[in-house]
Design a protein around this ligand. Structure first.
Ligand SMILES: [Fe+2]
Length: 405
C-alpha cells in the first residue's frame, strides 16, 4: 500500500479510536434463559412481536418452547422463518412487510448470525422507512432508535447478539456489506445453552472458531481499550478450554454455556475494536461462493496472523498465555509462534482443514479488491495491506496451490 493511502487509513482509524469514550456503545442486558422473556416483555409493555428465524432452526423445534410460552401468555406472535445463510436484501424486505402488516412492536432474532442480523436489519428499515438497506450500509447511517430487539443466539457464535453490525448480501450483485450503527445493538441477549444443544459438531466448530477470530482480531488491532483487551482475553481463554469439549459432546452444557459467554465477550470486544483481514477476506469468499462464515474465517485466521509477522508478537504472547500455551516467562517469539500453532492445532482437532474448496483463481483479484474495500480504512489492523497484498491469502487457502501444512 502506498504511503498516502497508509496515512489516510491511520488518520481515519485514529479518529475513531479517540472517539470511543464518547460513542454510545452499550452491552446488551443478559438473560440466562428463554423462559425469562415474557416477564421482560410485560415490563416493557410489549404485546405484539415478530420472531425472525430460519427454517432449520424452527424445523428442529428449537423455537417451539418460546413460541408456546409467548402464545400461552397472550402475546401476539408473528413468525418469519425464511432466513437463509448469508441473509439477503429480499429476505429482509419480506420480513419487514410481515412486521408492518402485523403491527409488531418488537423483534426477536432467534438463530445464528443470519437470523439475528436479519432482525437487526428489519429494525433499521423500521427506524428509517424511506431508506433502502444499501443507503444504510456502512458506518453510522441508521441514527434513529430501532424497535426493541431481543437476540437469541443458537450458535456460539457470531457475536451478533451484542454488536453494532448486521451483515447483508445483495442477492442481485453478490455484494456483501455491513450496516454498522449503535441503534443496531440488541437490547437483550439471551445466553441459554439449551438453544445450542442440537447444533451439529461441524457448526459448533466453525462458529466457535469465528468467536476466537473476533477476539483475536480485536485484540491485535490498534483500537483496543482496556475493557476490550480484557474481554478478548477472557473469550480466548474460554474458547481454548471449552470449544473442543462442546464439539465432541454437544450435550456438555457447561462447555456450551462457556462458549455462549465467549461469543458474547468476543462480540463486545470486536464491536468496539473491530476485526481484521481474516474477516474481510472471509466475507469476500462467502459473498462470492456462499461459503460458511465461521469455518472460512477459521481456516484463514492462522495465515493472517503469520502474515502480520513480528509486529504482533507482543499481543500474540498475551493471547498464548490466555490460551494456556505459554507463560509470562516464555520468550516472546516462541510464545507468539506457539499461539499460531495452537490455532492450527485447535482447527485440526475439531475437524477444520487448512484449505478451502471451490475458489477459482480468476476470481481472486476481484475478491481481494472487495476485501480491501471492506478492511481499509475501517479496520485498525496491525499491518495495512492493499488488494494486491491481500491476494496472498486466497492463494494460501487454494486447495491445489496452497503453501501451508
Ligand atoms: Fe465473524
Amino acid at each position: 500500500m502506498n504511503i498516502l493511502n497508509k496515512a489516510f487509513c491511520r488518520v481515519f482509524q485514529f479518529g475513531f479510536k479517540v472517539a470511543i469514550p464518547v460513542l454510545p456503545y452499550r452491552n446488551p442486558h443478559i438473560l440466562n434463559q428463554v423462559d425469562q422473556i415474557p416477564d421482560l416483555l410485560r415490563k416493557k409493555n410489549i404485546k405484539r412481536l415478530m420472531l425472525v428465524t430460519d427454517p432449520s432452526i424452527r424445523g428442529l423445534g428449537i423455537t417451539k418452547h418460546l413460541e408456546d410460552i409467548l402464545k400461552e401468555q397472550g402475546f401476539a406472535l408473528s413468525v418469519y422463518d425464511k432466513v437463509q445463510p448469508n441473509p439477503t436484501v429480499s429476505t429482509v424486505e419480506e420480513a419487514r412487510q410481515l412486521y408492518l402488516e402485523k403491527e409488531c412492536e418488537a423483534l426477536i432474532g432467534f438463530g445464528g448470525g443470519s437470523s439475528m442480523d436479519t432482525a437487526k436489519a428489519v429494525g433499521a428499515l423500521i427506524a428509517r422507512p424511506n431508506s433502502t438497506l444499501e443507503d444504510l450500509g456502512g458506518i453510522l447511517r441508521v441514527w434513529l432508535r430501532t424497535p426493541y430487539t431481543i437476540a437469541i443466539p443458537t450458535t456460539a457464535g457470531t457475536g451478533s447478539e451484542t454488536t453494532v453490525a448486521a451483515v447483508i448480501l445483495d442477492d442481485e450483485t453478490g455484494h456483501k456489506y455491513a450496516l454498522m450503527d449503535f441503534p443496531l445493538i440488541p437490547d437483550v441477549a439471551v445466553l441459554d445453552p439449551e438453544t445450542t444443544r442440537t447444533l451439529p459438531p461441524r457448526i459448533t466448530a466453525g462458529t466457535g472458531m469465528d468467536t476466537l477470530a473476533h477476539a483475536v482480531e480485536a485484540y491485535i488491532g490498534n483500537s483496543t481499550t482496556k475493557q476490550t483487551r480484557r474481554e478478548a482475553l477472557r473469550a480466548v481463554r474460554l474458547v481454548f478450554r471449552n470449544l473442543e469439549r462442546a464439539v465432541k459432546n454437544g450435550n456438555d452444557m457447561k462447555a456450551r454455556r462457556a462458549m455462549l459467554r465467549a461469543s458474547y465477550l468476543g462480540g463486545c470486544a470486536f464491536t468496539v475494536s473491530y476485526v481484521g483481514y481474516a474477516h474481510a477476506v472471509s466475507h469476500s469468499l462467502s459473498g462470492k461462493y456462499n461459503m460458511p462464515h465461521g469455518e472460512t474465517t477459521a481456516v484463514l485466521l492462522p495465515y493472517v496472523l503469520e502474515a502480520y509477522g513480528t509486529k504482533i508478537y507482543p499481543q500474540l504472547k498475551a493471547l498464548a498465555i490466555a490460551a494456556g500455551v505459554a507463560h509470562m516467562d516464555t520468550e516472546e517469539a516462541l510464545a507468539a509462534q506457539s499461539f499460531i500453532k495452537a490455532v492450527w492445532e485447535l482447527n485440526r482437532r475439531i475437524g477444520i482443514g487448512t484449505k478451502l474448496k471451490g475458489i477459482k483463481r480468476e476470481d481472486i483479484p476481484m475478491m481481494a479488491r472487495m476485501a480491501a474495500a471492506e478492511g481499509n480504512p475501517v479496520y485498525p489492523v496491525p499491518v495495512l495491506m492493499d488488494a494486491k497484498a491481500l491476494e496472498r491469502f486466497y492463494y494460501d487457502v487454494l486447495e491445489e496451490g496452497g503453501t501451508r501444512p
